[in-house]
Design a binder for this molecule. Sequence first.
Ligand SMILES: CC(C)(COP(=O)(O)OP(=O)(O)OC[C@H]1O[C@@H](n2cnc3c(N)ncnc32)[C@H](O)[C@@H]1OP(=O)(O)O)[C@@H](O)C(=O)NCCC(=O)NCCS
Length: 134
Amino acid sequence: MKEFKIFKKEDILDNMDLLMDFYAKRYDSNYNIALKNSSHVCCCIEDGKIVGACRLITDYCSHTSIVDLVVDREKRRNGIGRRLMEDAIKCILELNTYYNNISTDPKNPWLKDFYESLGFKSRENYFTLTYPKE
Ligand SMILES: CC(C)(COP(=O)(O)OP(=O)(O)OC[C@H]1O[C@@H](n2cnc3c(N)ncnc32)[C@H](O)[C@@H]1OP(=O)(O)O)[C@@H](O)C(=O)NCCC(=O)NCCS
């Protein structure tokens, strides 16, 4: 059975093992710190395991970012990613922040179309620059 859940801060702490099972194999064993500092994690759970998720980071006033959207490879193209993004947008509306963003990957141009179909807009002449960790 597949279910979609939105974990808020206290639920994130209560479900840390479940979330780390999904995210730590993709990112970092310290990822629990990133999870603890997220306002929401939207996830899809199938047979007791997370098969797709994204998380939100916010300052609760001005800026919110949706980050680390990922669905298990074998579960892709079934609408899970879209539903996770719809849930993330619900969280953004609840947070009521002004600047809400997601980064896209130019190597996969369909991603931009996907985000635009959900209401995200590209800003003309606007580029995000990053200052990488050494
Ligand atoms: C991005 C990702 C989360 C999408 O998850 P998903 O469950 O496959 O997404 P969905 O099935 O809901 O598809 C969403 C839309 O994207 C389109 N899409 C998904 N994969 C696609 C692909 N490989 N090529 C073209 N279009 C694609 C779908 O057609 C769908 O459009 P529609 O709803 O108008 O029909 C998944 O591909 C993934 O985990 N990718 C690796 C991590 C990543 O790149 N994350 C994004 C970081 S910017």
